[in-house]
Design a binder for this molecule. Structure first.
Ligand code: ADQ
Length: 763
């Protein structure tokens, strides 16, 4: 860097000096010309006036007059002397200074007399620079009767020029100083320091220390390099983390699941088969933003769990291409290799028209099945046209999946969620050798509730095409088995949790989904958390001592209004917390195309405003409602700073927020208030379990959380963290895929059923 700085400085100094000297040279020249012509003009004027006087004295033969004249005028500014000469060049009158400089009859004078015209010249005489002007003197008829000569000292012009050059050099010196200083600063700010910071970061990564990446402005200059280094750094960090965890587990002789362990485990279970995942949501979305295509990764536990497996076995993920730039990024087969940094598996995008999306996704799935499966007192809406779209979109996914599977002999297919109830049957009919699992992320209601769906048989038949049907908890499995028992003619094996129908068995088992837990490297100290809390409060412009948090899609099943009312009840019963306790609700807008959701969002906003209007004072507010999608980092920050987290779902398959909060609490300080109607409540017994419909009791739970003894709090949190650590998202994926790989496929199914066959249902 020092050599580069010197090279830059020397090059700039030479360049600037050359340009300055060249431009100053012209300036000096014109200054010199101006001074000379000024001298010549003054000398000319003086010469002419003296010549007129000298002519009169000469004609009158008055030598005394001549001598007096030369004496009088001979000491003008810069004038060395004056001499008057006869027509033969003889000296008639002369000042002593001129006489000693140019004794006798100077050549320039004789030339002037001979040519009968004025002569002038710059010359050096006895080391003096002089300007000499000689002029003839004329008689009455123009005859030359003598001559006059004046010599001016031009030394002052030289002095003046030296002064100008002096100023030029001072200017150049100042410019050079400024350039050197600027160059040194720029090199330091833009090169040396950013490179040093990036180098420190890389060094920290190399030595296994936790270090945040340098600021984007530092990276900017090194963009091409950092594009390569950043993924490398991530890989090193991941590999190091995995190695550390593995080592820790070996020492503790434990069996915690990691992404790497999951990938290796599933690879061995698949025995060379390929894995195909179908989910409505894609793992990478491309959208146009400000004229450029930008990629985003939806914050989803599913991506975190499934991606390592797909990467390990070069699998395929089939999903709805929902981004407005998705088409631009796929090839002619609608495929894209991902992850973008290190392509290892295929993303197959399915294109849906607006009508298809409306009918299949918003209509049947979210206005029909979603409220049908949640006991949240919102009436399901079933439209024949939505069902039609739901069927056709399932068929579209089935076609694409069969195409992707191609000639694969033993494909393993993992279907996600209630958007694809018909898909298992559609695929099984065409590919009986495929092992198919569907995981239902939402609850399954009791048979009486499910009965209201006009297409209940078709849905059940579709699901029973799978070899394995997964729910979060045993209660949902039981509800499903009861529903099948109630609706279809099938044999329920309660001992093995299986449904046997048409010589095909479907296992129905619970696989409680989870989160990544718990990376405690770089854990923050209590002071860090307090600082972070202060910063968040300052940014929100409020003052508070205690913080509660809720993180949800704004969905009527999440009990957000009941939660706000519990906060209200708490503040009523415990007025000493007014001005001290603030509840932050991070609410992601969701399914806003659906009127019920748009209305619900307005209701949530109105309820928050009502409670705030009732209690708000000064810079304190009881509820801060932030309606937007937050980044994963932001959500994590709120989990870290919160004294308590409220999950008050009216009904929820699992609820990942509860687990995310626990996983984020590296300091084990914090209390989880958890609805008894969530799947998570079965595992997280150390939360304060509440019935969200009981507003007062939920308010009491807030008081209990804020007053909880620190030892009890950390003990509860530690136990919950251990539960999640043991049953993390990788454990979930390994159990689900491991069980699927163990399923025995019946011989009877080796006959393919025509793909065009629509579902036939027995009663
Ligand atoms: P959801 O009901 O969507 O899904 P939930 O378990 O509540 O899932 O998780 C929501 C996720 O979204 C969490 O990861 C949370 O951090 C994130 N999130 C919520 N609000 C956010 C915001 N404002 N900004 C950013 N992120 C936000 C279904 C079922 C659940 C089941 C999951 C997984 O309804 O019961 O737990 O699937 O199977």
């Amino acid at each position: 860097m020092r050599i580069l700085s010197w090279r830059l400085i020397v090059a700039l100094v030479i360049g600037v000096t050359l340009v300055s000297v060249a431009s100053s040279w012209y300036e000096v020249r014109s200054q010199k010309d101006a001074l000379r012509s000024d001298l010549e003009r003054k000398a000319g004027t003086l010469g002419e006036s003296l010549a007129a006087t000298a002519q009169l004295y000469l004609l009158a033969g008055d030598r005394d007059g001549l001598e007096e004249m030369v004496e009088r005028f001979g000491n003008r500014e810069h004038l060395i002397g004056i001499g008057v000469y006869g027509s033969d060049g003889s000296v008639l009158a002369i000042t002593p200074a001129l006489n000693s400089l140019m004794p006798g009859s100077p050549r320039i004078l004789t030339d002037s007399l001979r040519a009968n015209r004025g002569e002038s010249n710059y010359m050096r005489l006895h080391f003096r620079r002089v300007y000499v002007l000689a002029m003839p003197l004329h008689g009455p008829r123009g005859a030359v009767i003598g001559g006059i000569l004046m010599a001016h000292d031009t030394g002052y012009i030289r002095t003046e020029i030296f002064l100008v050059w002096g100023r030029v050099f001072v200017r150049i010196a100042l410019q050079v100083l400024v350039i050197v200083a600027i160059t040194i600063l720029i090199v330091r700010w833009s090169l040396t320091k950013p490179i040093a910071r990036v180098a420190d970061w890389i060094k920290a990564l190399r030595t296994g220390q936790h270090a945040p990446p340098p600021a984007p402005s530092d990276m900017d200059f090194l963009l091409p390099l950092t594009r390569e280094v950043a993924p490398l750094a991530r890989s090193i960090q991941t590999a190091r983390g995995a190695a550390a965890t593995e080592a820790r587990l070996r020492i503790a002789n434990e069996s915690e699941w990691t992404a790497q362990r999951l990938a290796a485990h599933v690879r061995s279970r698949l025995e060379g088969s390929s894995l195909f995942v179908v989910a409505n949501r894609e793992p990478y979305i491309h959208n146009w933003r400000d004229g450029v295509i930008q990629m985003s990764v939806p914050a989803s536990g599913l991506v975190a769990a499934i991606e390592p497996i797909l990467c390990a076995c070069n699998g395929t993920w089939v999903a709805h291409g929902s981004g407005n730039a998705d088409m631009e990024m796929t090839d002619e087969h609608d495929r894209l290799q991902v992850p973008p940094d290190e392509p290892l598996y295929t993303l197959r995008r399915i294109w849906l028209s607006a009508e298809e999306e409306d009918g299949y996704y918003y209509g049947f799935a979210n206005e029909g099945l979603w409220p049908l499966c949640h006991n949240a007192h919102t009436r399901p809406i079933f439209r024949a046209s939505d069902w039609e779209h739901y069927y056709n979109v399932n068929q579209k996914f089935a076609d694409a999946l069969v195409e992707e599977i191609g000639a694969e002999e033993h494909p393993v297919v993992l279907i996600q969620d209630y958007h694809f109830a018909l898909l298992p049957r559609m695929v099984k009919n065409r590919l009986p050798q495929a092992r198919i699992a569907i995981f239902w992320h939402i609850p399954w209601p009791n048979p009486e509730s499910f009965e209201i769906c006009p297409w209940q048989r078709e849905l059940l038949d579709g699901l029973l095409g799978a070899d394995l049907i997964g729910f979060h908890v045993r209660a949902h499995c039981n509800n499903f088995l009861n529903t099948v028992d109630h609706v279809l003619e099938a044999r329920i094996d309660w001992e093995h949790f299986a449904v046997k129908r048409n010589d095909h068995t479907s296992l129905v088992l619970p696989f409680p989904i989870s989160v990544e837990c718990c990376d405690d490297t770089g854990a923050r100290s209590g002071t860090d958390v307090a600082d972070e809390r202060r910063a968040v409060l300052k940014a929100a412009g409020i003052e508070a001592t205690y913080i509660g948090v809720g993180v949800d899609r704004i969905d009527y099943t999440k009990g957000i209004i009941e939660r706000f009312q519990a906060v209200e009840s708490f503040l009523e019963r415990y007025p000493s917390y007014q001005g001290k306790f603030t509840f932050f609700q991070l609410g992601a807008p969701t399914r806003t195309h659906i009127k019920r959701y748009a209305d619900f969002q307005a209701e949530v906003e109105a309820e928050a405003s009502r409670i705030n209007a009732r209690f708000k004072r000064g810079r304190w507010s009881p509820i801060i409602l932030q309606v937007r999608q937050h980044s994963k980092q932001e959500v994590q920050r709120y989990y870290r700073i919160a004294h308590l987290c409220m999950v008050t779902s009216l009904h929820d398959g699992m609820n990942l927020v509860a687990k995310e909060f626990v996983a984020a609490k590296q300091d084990e300080r914090g209390v989880l208030i958890l609805s008894q109607f969530t799947g998570a409540a079965r595992e997280l017994r150390d939360a304060i379990i509440v019935n969200p419909y009981d507003i007062e009791a939920t308010g009491e739970a807030i008081a209990q959380a804020l007053r909880m003894d620190v030892n009890e709090m950390t003990e509860r949190m530690r136990r919950m963290r251990n539960t999640i650590r043991e049953h993390n998202i990788y454990w979930w994926a390994s159990s689900l895929i491991g069980t699927l790989c163990e399923v025995r496929l019946e011989q009877a199914e080796q006959v393919a059923v025509s793909a065009s066959d629509r579902v036939t249902v027995e009663t």
